[in-house]
Design a binder for this molecule. Structure first.
Ligand SMILES: [Zn+2]
Length: 341
């Protein structure tokens, strides 16, 4: 049987535990353990598992400054501590971050080498808040930005489409590519909410103007709105962009049970979004990789991941969402300035 996809992970990612410095921190190793337990109970849905390799420091510098990389390493080696009010590291956090970034990069390589059409990185610490020169929001290095940059600089991709469906704005990824026309970055996120960036009007800058699509949604937003924005705003732009690679910052914290945000997606909502992106990637014949970001009810997040991977693997048909909500119409008017929707 042909494998459904490749699942990248490494035990080192379980060794990063911010609770050593801040008891009660929501980013726990149990998040990954729950995913692996859930998938193991379902025979990994036919996906093959691969060990993530560690990223080289020089790979991190594809996106990050040498100063930032050194500062994180030295803080970890000195025993760790606080980087900001949310972001804590210990001695084992630096290796964990190297494997997380290395997994994302290795997934991009496997996808573009044609070894698989689908990939998932079950890694942590997550990455989408990490800016080129700064760690923040539980994130040390920007895993998805590193994968996209590697894909373009070294793996032959000309254009990469990044969808960020974590409930928080992917400010780090947005900053990494804000003035670039070879990465289409699109984020659906609750607003107002941490980190406070990502207004609809921010479309990127310079040669990258139009290549950033920020779609803030209010607290309480449900599946219908998220799907509507994806189907009627994000994916039409992505069709016109003609990417060679699709990457998803897959956070599951827009779930109604998540303690850090107030959107109201259900477990199956992530699978609904995945079906739309799956169909897009299949029609364009481009590979698709997901990288874990947030999601802070481990059991719920694990079920979301299982349903999402099943959907990516072909389960279920995409359902169409209404196009005429005021939020979708306003977003379409803004994004339609740059893309044929
Ligand atoms: Zn998040």
């Amino acid at each position: 049987m042909m494998t459904a996809g490749l699942y990248f992970s490494h035990p080192a990612c379980l060794e990063h535990d911010p609770r050593a410095h801040m008891p009660g921190h929501p980013d726990t190793p149990e998040r990954l353990e729950a995913i692996e337990r859930e998938l193991a109970a379902h025979a990994w849905l036919g996906w093959d598992r691969r060990a993530a390799p560690p990223a080289e420091e020089s790979q991190l510098e594809l996106v990050h400054s040498a100063r930032h990389v050194r500062a994180v390493r030295e803080l970890c080696e000195a025993g760790g501590g606080a980087i900001d009010a949310d972001t804590y590291v210990g001695e084992t956090s630096y290796p964990a971050a190297l494997y997380a970034a290395g997994g994302a990069c290795e997934m991009a390589r496997a996808l573009l080498a044609g070894e698989t059409r689908l990939g998932f990185c079950g890694v942590r610490p997550s990455g989408h808040h990490a800016e080129p020169d700064r760690a923040m929001g539980f994130c040390l290095f920007n895993n998805i930005a590193l994968a996209a940059e590697l894909a373009i600089r070294e793996l032959g991709a000309r254009r990469v489409f990044i969808l960020d469906w974590d409930v928080h704005h992917g400010n780090g990824t947005a900053e990494a590519f804000r003035s670039r026309p070879d990465v289409l970055f699109s984020s659906i996120h609750e607003s107002p909410l941490y980190p406070g960036t990502g207004p609809l009007e921010d479309a990127g800058s310079g040669p990258g103007e139009g290549y950033t699509i920020n779609l803030p949604v209010p607290a309480g937003s449900e599946e219908e709105l998220w799907l509507s924005l994806l189907e009627h705003v994000v994916l039409p732009a992505a069709v016109a962009f003609e990417p060679d690679l699709v990457l998803i910052s897959a956070g599951f914290d827009a779930h109604l049970e998540d303690p850090l945000a107030s959107c109201r997606l259900e477990t199956g909502s992530f699978a609904e979004m995945a079906r739309h992106v799956r169909d897009f990637a299949e029609r364009r014949d481009v590979p698709l990789g997901m990288i874990l970001e947030g999601g802070y009810r481990p059991r719920v997040q694990a079920e979301c991941v299982r349903e999402t991977l099943a959907a990516l693997g072909g389960e279920g048909q995409a359902r169409s969402a209404a196009a005429e909500s005021p939020i979708t119409s306003r977003a379409a008017a803004q994004v339609g300035r740059y893309w044929p929707l």
